[in-house]
Design a protein around this ligand. Sequence first.
Ligand code: ACO
Length: 325
Amino acid sequence: MRIYSRILGTGSYLPARRLSNADLAAELAQQGVETSDDWIVERTGIRARHFAADEQGCSDLATEAARQALSAAGLAAQDIDLIIVATSTPDMVFPSVATMVQHKLGAAGCPAFDVQAVCSGFIYALTVADSMIQSGSAKRALVIGSEIFSRILDFKDRTTCVLFGDGAGAVVLEASDQPGILATDLHADGKYKDILCVPGHVNRGGILGDPVLKMDGQAVFKLAVGVLEDTARASLAKANLTDADIDWLIPHQANIRIMQSTAKKLKLGADKMVVTVDQHGNTSAASIPLALDTAVRDGRIQRGQTLMLEGVGGGFTWGSVLLRY
Ligand code: ACO
């Protein structure tokens, strides 16, 4: 009998500090950087984002989301036998955020590690957890996407700093004979490294290179639209399903125009796509589990429905997870 990974519970966390576009525009204006609510809404669909407090680390956001997911699943931290965190903004170079989350939750012993695939990170992490559950090496996994992108933004670069926000989302997966994750599909192509990257890194006690996000927005846009359709179709084909079987599309929340274009290619109406980019901005690896938890908690997503989760991000990386909730 096939072993499936089933979502038992979801959770999320947004830092308290919320900035509308007008709030951000006013802060940027003080540094001589000009932007407007109209420009941001029209080009991206973003209306607000949350920024973490100075004393918060990625593991703090991740732990809050994990606690909610555990509570929704009716489990304690000790019931978990695998923790994976998807992030590009860890507290430290090492150890991993996952080990810090494990400690903050008061659990110890189970494997815990980070996955770094930028905005596709949660899709990668979910796929790894699913493989470990299917192989029998884990039974109950905590999979988290957590980011503090505000720490790697250049607030003098208006073409990037208006796009991102901070947050975390989490799911608890359990081995089950009931579906479950139906199909997964992962890809990467490292030749696109330079169109979206943070080139700076720790070197001999200092930072070598610019430690802020660099992006060629138009190149990213073109690439994202194509690969998101391809990966969704690949997962559907693996599960012998079609566009018409999707109840909810939960794409990486980067830009409403990329998301709408993907939904259109999959012949899905706007009412079948979960949108949180307007309120969260782009939270990278956290965006998909944040959107999932939002729609589970407001009652849109119901047990038995078919969900298409898909992401694309720096690397470039991209992929999808098709599941029965
Ligand atoms: N406020 C006001 N004006 C701005 C801003 C801003 N925040 N940013 C750029 N502009 C100006 C530019 O200076 C330019 O002015 P000019 O014509 O006088 O030179 C004008 O707006 C148009 O700039 P473009 O870069 O051509 O704008 P574009 O329509 O391409 O939109 C955007 C930029 C939103 C970044 C778009 O390219 C995009 O959505 N790309 C996808 C990138 C993305 O979503 N990245 C997220 C990370 S990647 C990921 O998650 C997969």
